[in-house]
Design a protein around this ligand. Structure first.
Ligand code: ADE
Length: 247
């Protein structure tokens, strides 16, 4: 496949803190994906979709209580502009576009989700507010995602994590071989599909103080090396993540 055959993935991120994104998306693989024109990331300040002179994006919760709640209107106006779909009264399912709200109440993100999202052409992320968002925003999204059972100050870091893991899976960004043999790849074990961790890797020097590279890796016998790596990957998984094999 030549480079021109790859499709561009577009990612729009709606946030109250656009400056948070400048570092992570300007380095490493995510930068490479953008430089190769395989990925286009646009960061949007939700305040640009407010109508009052103070650019208000949050307000006090109905029913009382502490904190401020992200308002529905700026999110709706932004989505209406950015999405190729009609947002209201009903968001129709799409095979090419996903609107995703980041919240600790969402489905817990994992490698399978990263893989499935990497197949879409357009992703729109809404970074939830640290003190909550108007629940009606959920009517405008295809899915809600959490990056783990802990509370961040907002969805910004979570969206960066999700985008990072998706970017490296976009066809053409990394060599396919690198993706096939990494942690959380699926193998068949006793006729069941399970995920395993990566095998241990070493590089020069062959000996550092008393620490040596396993002899087999210096042997040049690729069949034996592959068997060793498979065994080590399984051992690693049994020791560190037995839950992956319990399936
Ligand atoms: N916002 C706050 N905490 C979060 C989490 N764990 N995942 C996604 N979004 C969040």
């Amino acid at each position: 496949m030549v480079l021109g055959d790859f499709n561009l993935m577009k990612i729009d991120i709606l946030t109250l803190f656009p400056d948070m994104f400048s570092g992570p998306f300007a380095e490493s693989i995510v930068k490479k994906a953008q430089d190769k024109n395989l990925l286009k990331i646009n960061i949007h300040n939700l305040r640009n979709w407010t109508k009052d002179k103070h650019k208000t994006v949050d307000d006090r919760p109905y029913g009382g209580g502490k904190g401020m709640v992200l308002m529905i209107e700026p999110v709706f106006l932004a989505l209406q502009k950015l999405s190729s779909r009609k947002i209201y009264p009903q968001l129709k399912p799409s095979k090419t576009e996903q609107i995703i709200l980041l919240t600790p109440q969402g489905e817990v993100f994992g490698q399978n989700k990263a893989k499935s999202l990497s197949k879409f052409k357009h992703l729109i992320f809404i970074c939830g507010h640290y003190e909550g968002f108007d629940e009606r925003i959920k009517n405008f999204v295809d899915q809600t995602l959490s990056i783990g059972n802990y509370i961040l100050t907002g969805g910004e870091l979570a969206s960066m994590v999700v985008v990072d893991s998706i970017a490296r899976l976009i066809p053409g960004v990394l060599e396919e071989e690198a993706i096939k043999k990494e942690s959380f790849r699926e193998i068949k074990l006793n006729d069941k599909k399970v995920k395993i961790l990566d095998y241990p890797q070493y590089t020069r020097p062959e000996k550092f103080k008393d620490l040596k590279v396993p002899q087999i890796l210096l042997s040049g016998n690729h069949k034996k090396i592959n068997e060793w790596r498979y065994q080590k990957a399984l051992e690693n998984t049994k020791k560190r993540r037995p839950d992956l094999l319990e399936n």
